[in-house]
Design a binder for this molecule. Structure first.
Ligand code: HEC
Length: 205
């Protein structure tokens, strides 16, 4: 505690290691003189330790690309939570209402967009504008009227004879619902440069 032994000289506080410690350097500036004591060993170890930790950290997170940044880890957790919340919709039957709820969840639709880019874009184009498969952003539908349920049925069962896979066999039930809802968000967007409409045009009010 401060002032516990005021009469003790400063040197004694640090343990009076004779010899190397507290040797005055032989210069003097305006009456000010200084010792040449080494930094405490624990301090040097902490300094070296934090230096090497920083080097390792830098390579792990910023160079190698292996480390998950705090922001990315957070985003992954939030996406996981969204997925869990969406799964509660599996308790409801597939219909306009349950699919419409998924469609209204912007975060979930962002996840679905990534899934669409992976699974569907090779045939339907990155903007769903149509490629091998038909344009999904127009108002023309080969199968059904373009209701969410119609879309779900095609996505779930596919049109094998025409090259549209049956995603219900490959993806989890919530994934199929999410993707159907995502197609729902693209309906009628009429992306410029899209494939010419196929099927029957459905008038919307
Ligand atoms: C291998 C190519 C291919 C992939 C991958 C693919 N589709 Fe298709 N899709 C097609 C073809 C071809 C058709 C047209 C079927 C027909 O002519 O009856 C189609 C039709 C559809 C239709 C119906 C369109 C209409 O006018 O009735 C929807 C909806 C659809 N696909 C959604 C999806 C979704 C969602 C995915 C990703 C999960 C996907 N497709 C992946 C080839 C594909």
């Amino acid at each position: 505690m401060e002032g516990a032994s005021p009469s003790q000289p400063a040197a004694a506080e640090h343990g009076s290691a004779a010899g190397e410690r507290d040797q005055l350097l032989d210069h003097e500036y305006d009456g000010i003189r200084e010792y040449d004591n080494p930094l405490p060993r624990w301090w040097v170890w902490m300094f070296a330790g934090s230096f090497w930790f920083a080097v390792g950290y830098y390579f792990h997170y910023h160079v190698s690309g292996n480390g998950t940044s705090v922001a990315a880890a957070y985003e992954a957790d939030v996406a996981e939570a969204r997925e869990q919340a969406a799964k509660s919709s599996l308790a409801q039957p597939v219909n306009e209402e349950s699919l419409g709820k998924l469609m209204a969840d912007a975060g979930l639709m962002k996840d679905a967009q990534a899934a669409f880019a992976l699974r569907c874009a090779p045939c339907h184009g990155d903007k769903a504008q149509g490629l091998i498969g038909p344009n999904l952003t127009d108002n023309a539908w080969i199968h059904g009227q373009g209701t969410l349920t119609d879309i779900y049925n095609v996505v779930d069962q596919g049109v094998l004879a025409k090259g549209m896979p049956a995603w219900g066999k490959q993806l989890s039930p919530i994934e199929v619902r999410k993707l159907a809802a995502y197609v729902g968000t693209q309906r009628g967007k009429a992306v410029p440069g899209g494939k010419a409409p196929e099927g029957a045009v459905v008038e919307h009010d």
